[in-house]
Structure formats: structure tokens, C-alpha cells
Design a binder for this molecule. Structure first.
Ligand code: GMT
Length: 375
């Protein structure tokens, strides 16, 4: 199949899933065309059957806001015609599903029929799309996609609750390429980060309010009172400065390392003992899955789709939002005993196998077939 993929090219989970899926599909013989404003950060290399087409939005002084959807839908029309793309898979409803619908309609005028598969990722439904500013357009775009998928059952339920949806939503969970993580790493550059007798705790996110960055610091604060440990904070975002202030206030600045954004998260997860994800809401929690495949157990909240990923008491622990004391104590219980830690590590890695790319990619292929059959 020739598939056009529209996504955000950044470090965010939706862009990562879109990129990993595109690369996996290309390995299975499909021709993949990424169409977005920048080359996706996780896109390893462009090959014969992976292409990238940049959407340009030239600045024009009349426009207070540059019309990205217009440029994107025009680019989609041109790329579908030029490369004979058969299907568009758009990740994140806003504005991608809307732009794809416009492209579809423009192409119909020329006798070209192309199905749209829309994958809902979370914030496009639970945070942004939900707002009255966007709600009618998001509802319309979902209902006019040929196939709609959501990354968890919880996100599907949220979508049905928040919007008047007439379309069937298929749950296709996020995935990980387990084959890349066959063995426990023994060559992690751990000594650069912590002493041998220190545990390493990690958090990776976009540092937005939904991630409750303060709670990450507070959970670590509880843990480090009992366990010698360091906290690796990976990412950038609006809550970072507040977190830095809290670290100083709590007097733990020598134990918390802010690493900034990284494209090498596996190198960091490789030497991590525990991952913290105390989010207010998380449709899936791809970062948790990436930790688990690296044999890192996760302490998280029981919100959104997280309980579909982490089994409480087995591959990690789940607590109510904001219960930092409990999450800290769960962390201590995992870290204080070497045998227990190894048990949780093995369980985390095992759990990740449920989300192996080999199981998930065929589900998308079947949905593409279904979408094509509607045209
Ligand atoms: O909040 C983020 O981490 C970014 C956001 C995105 O849109 O890229 O992530 C969402 O999509 C990911 C991939 O499907 C999910 O794993 C995240 O749980 C989801 N984030 C939220 O629901 C807050």
C-alpha cells in the first residue's frame, strides 16, 4: 500500500507512534509518505519506501495566524496525486483529521477517492479537542473519517462521552518493538550518572501541567529519605522552572538531574531502576511502555488508559492522582530489596511483550484494508 502519514513531528507520543508505525510498515513492504512541517524526530532514515514531504507555511503579514491546515490539505492533495497515495493515516485529530477531510473532498472533485484513518491519541480528545473552540470541528472530523482508532479503551470511552460520535471506534493500543530489547543491558553507562550504591529513578515527558511534574519531585523526595537515589528528569516544557524551584526548596538539588530533551531515551532507561508517571490524565502512557520494555517498573496514577498498560503490584504500582506519599512508599518497597526489584524488572519487561509491534501492526493493516474497501 502507499500510505500518507500525517503527524506532529516532535517528541510527543503521537508523533513517536506515527513514526514507529510508518517505519514498521515500510519494513513490511508498504510505501510510506510522512507529510508534516518538519522531519519527525524519531525518523531514523529515509529509504526508497520512506519519504518525507515538508508542509511549508510561508509567513504573510496579513495573517495573524498562519493557516497551517490550508497548507497541509493542499500538500496532501498534491502528494496524493504525485505519489499515487492510496490512503491517509492521520495521527491526532486537530487539525490533521480536519485537513485530511478537506483534501479528500478536493480530490473527489478530480475523481480521486482516498480513505482517511484517524488515530486519536489523548490530548486531542481529553484536553484540547474538548474545548468549545474546537469541539464541532473535531466531532465532524471524527465522524467523517473512514476508520477511527483510539490508543486505549479508556480513550474510546472518553471520546464517546465528550463528543456525539456516530462512527465505530476501534481500539488499537500503542506498541513497542520488543525485538530491539532482547536482553538485559549490561553495558549501560550508569557510572556517569550515579554511584554504584544509588538507585536511579527516571521521569520523561513534555513537562506540561497534565504530567504533574511537582508530584514527580515530591514522590522522589519521599523515596530519597529512605533510599540512596538520583532522579533523572528528561524533557522540556512549561513546568520545568517550577520543578527546578521545588527541587531547591526541598534541598535535593544535588540528587536531581535535569537532562533536557533527548532522542536517546533508551540509553537513560537502560540504567534506570524505576520510572515515575504521576499524570493527571494519560490516554495510554507510551513513556511507561518504553520504560517497561527496558525492564524498568513504573509507579503511575490509575488515570485514563494507564491501568490498561501497568498491572498494579506486578509491573509497577498505581495510585490515585496526587497521592505522592503512597507512590513514594510504593517506590521504596520496590527499590529497597534487590530480589524484589529484579522481580518487578522481569515483570515489567514481560508485560511490555503484550504490546509488541508484531501484534499491533497487522491490526492497522487490517483496518487499512477495511478503509480501502469503503471507497
Ligand atoms: O502528553 C503527551 O505525552 C503527548 C501526547 C501526544 O499527543 O503526543 O501523548 C498522548 O499520546 C500518546 C501516544 O498515543 C499517549 O501515550 C499519551 O498517553 C497521550 N497523552 C495524554 O493523554 C496526556
Amino acid at each position: 500500500m502507499k500510505i500518507g502519514v500525517v503527524c506532529y513531528p516532535t517528541f510527543g507520543g503521537s508523533g513517536v507512534v506515527a513514526t514507529e508505525l510508518g517505519m514498521a510498515l515500510s519494513k513490511r513492504g508498504h510505501e510510506i509518505h510522512f507529510i508534516t512541517y518538519k522531519q519527525p524526530v524519531r525518523l531514523e532514515q529515509l529509504t526508497g519506501n520512506i519519504r518525507f514531504h515538508e508542509v511549508n507555511v510561508p509567513e504573510y503579514p496579513l495573517f495573524h495566524f498562519q493557516p497551517y491546515e490550508l497548507a497541509l490539505s493542499s500538500k496532501l492533495v498534491n502528494m496524493v496525486k504525485l505519489h499515487k497515495i492510496e490512503l491517509l493515516h492521520v495521527h491526532y485529530a486537530i487539525p490533521h483529521a480536519y485537513a485530511a477531510y478537506m483534501a479528500k473532498k478536493m480530490l473527489e472533485e478530480e475523481g480521486i477517492h482516498i480513505p482517511i484513518v484517524t488515530t486519536l491519541h489523548g490530548t486531542d480528545i481529553t484536553l484540547v479537542g474538548n474545548h468549545p473552540f474546537y469541539k464541532p470541528a473535531v466531532t465532524f472530523s471524527i465522524n467523517n473519517s473512514d476508520v477511527v482508532t483510539s490508543v486505549s479503551q479508556s480513550l474510546k470511552e472518553d471520546t464517546l462521552r465528550f463528543f456525539k460520535i456516530t462512527k465505530e471506534i476501534d481500539v488499537v493500543p500503542n506498541f513497542i518493538d520488543v525485538s530491539k530489547y532482547q536482553k538485559f543491558h549490561t553495558d549501560c553507562e550508569r557510572s556517569l550518572m550515579a554511584d554504584d550504591d544509588e538507585r536511579i529513578i527516571t521521569h520523561i515527558s513534555n513537562f506540561r501541567p497534565v504530567k504533574r511534574i511537582d508530584d514527580v519531585i515530591k514522590i522522589f523526595h519521599v523515596i530519597q529519605k529512605k533510599i540512596k537515589a538520583k532522579l533523572m528528569m528528561v524533557g522540556e516544557g512549561p513546568e520545568k522552572e517550577k520543578a527546578e524551584e521545588l527541587v531547591i526548596e526541598l534541598g535535593i538539588e544535588d540528587k536531581v538531574i535535569f537532562l533536557g530533551q533527548s532522542n536517546e531515551i533508551d540509553k537513560i532507561l537502560c540504567f534506570s531502576d524505576l520510572f515515575l508517571l504521576p499524570s493527571e490524565k494519560e490516554s495510554f502512557g507510551l513513556a511507561a511502555l518504553e520504560a517497561m520494555v527496558n525492564a524498568v517498573p513504573v509507579i503511575a496514577t490509575n488515570s485514563g488508559g494507564i491501568p490498561e498498560v501497568i498491572e498494579h503490584g506486578v509491573s509497577g504500582y498505581l495510585s490515585d492522582i496526587g497521592n505522592v506519599e503512597e507512590m513514594g512508599n510504593y517506590g521504596i518497597s520496590i527499590l529497597e530489596d534487590e530480589v524484589n526489584l529484579i522481580k518487578f524488572k522481569v515483570n515489567a519487561k514481560d508485560r511490555a511483550k503484550k504490546f509488541d509491534i508484531e501484534k499491533i501492526v497487522p491490526q492497522y493493516e487490517a483496518l487499512y484494508e477495511r478503509a480501502l474497501s469503503t471507497i
